[in-house]
Write a protein that binds this ligand. Structure first.
Ligand code: BEZ
Ligand code: FE
Length: 294
């Protein structure tokens, strides 16, 4: 006979319903999920109206999703789940650069650009030069590493959010590091910005008295042969909200000085007007685990 459904045995009853053929990993995940979900409902003594409110919230979250908008990911972001999963799956190996969230504004193909090109197609904002090098954990340079870069403009909007205001590709570039693993490009200093708040996630932020802002940052996906791909940001030191990113994605090691430069010689070297900002940092890639031979 099946387990009697009581408060104490509820989770066991659900787990016992799984067929023996259920994959071991799915069984592990669902057994834990059901156990925690039931424990949560018991702990807060969830009422039927509260359960209905939660179902309504999740239903509206689903209705907000389409090919361009993923409200469930945004929900995961503001609940800190995205960063937790990111942190678990990219546990820092020694000195390797830390990863952080991908976010919803990555487009599959940034325009390939020459080193030194500008990703700013508009010409407003504070000019900025970003330089750095891609190396392996032993310090050896990684020539040919690819850097997919994207950022918001000086008003805090990505090109895809303002299709009639910004040219497509503004704030985006795909660069290839030179023979010494070095890269450099021109841009403008990005602004802090709010995540989308016109859906259920916005309601949640209001209900919990939270702001919606992310500190200013530039996104990177870096790939190099024989190394784990790295999805990360650099954050502008001193940006508003650097201490309270609404998606909890700031790691101290990723905060970079965007130093003001005023001398004309440096400006001429980088082909920018004075004054400009200069951010320089090293990206340290983790070697990929060796694939066992068959
Ligand atoms: C972003 O940085 O693009 C982002 C990350 C998480 C949620 C919303 C935006
Ligand atoms: Fe972003």
């Amino acid at each position: 006979m099946a387990t009697d459904f009581t408060e104490e045995t509820a989770a066991d009853a659900v787990v016992e319903s799984f067929a023996p053929s259920t994959s071991p990993r799915l069984r592990e995940i669902l057994t834990s999920l059901v156990g925690h979900l039931h424990a949560f409902a018991r702990e807060v003594e969830l009422t039927i109206p509260e359960w209905e409110t939660a179902i309504g919230f999740l239903t509206r979250t689903g209705h907000m999703c389409d090919d361009d908008r993923q409200e469930f990911i945004l929900l995961s972001d503001v609940l800190g789940l995205s960063m937790l999963v990111e942190t678990i799956s990219n546990r820092k190996f020694g000195v390797a650069t830390e990863s952080t969230v991908l976010g919803p504004f990555h487009v599959v193909q940034s325009p390939p650009l020459e080193l030194g090109a500008t990703i700013d197609l508009v010409g407003t904002g504070t000019p900025c030069v970003v330089t750095g090098r891609v190396v392996s954990v032993d310090g050896s340079p990684l020539p040919g590493a690819e850097l997919d870069v994207w950022q918001a403009n000086d008003q805090g909007f990505y090109d895809v959010q303002q299709p009639r205001v910004q040219p497509r590709g503004n704030g985006r570039g795909l660069f290839t590091a030179d023979s010494g693993g070095e890269f450099w490009f021109r841009t403008i200093v990005p602004s802090y910005y709010p995540i989308p708040t016109d859906g259920p996630v916005g309601e949640l932020l209001i209900a919990t008295g939270r702001h919606a802002f992310r500190p200013a940052h530039i996104h990177f996906i870096v790939t190099a042969p024989g190394h784990r791909p790295l999805t990360t940001h650099i954050f502008v030191a001193g940006s508003r909200y650097i201490e309270s990113d609404t998606v909890f994605a700031v790691k101290k090691s990723l905060v970079v000085d965007f130093t003001e430069v005023t001398d004309a010689e440096s400006a001429a070297k980088w082909n920018v007007p004075v004054p400009f900002r200069h951010a320089d940092f090293t990206i340290i890639m983790q070697p990929a685990p060796a694939v066992p031979s068959a």
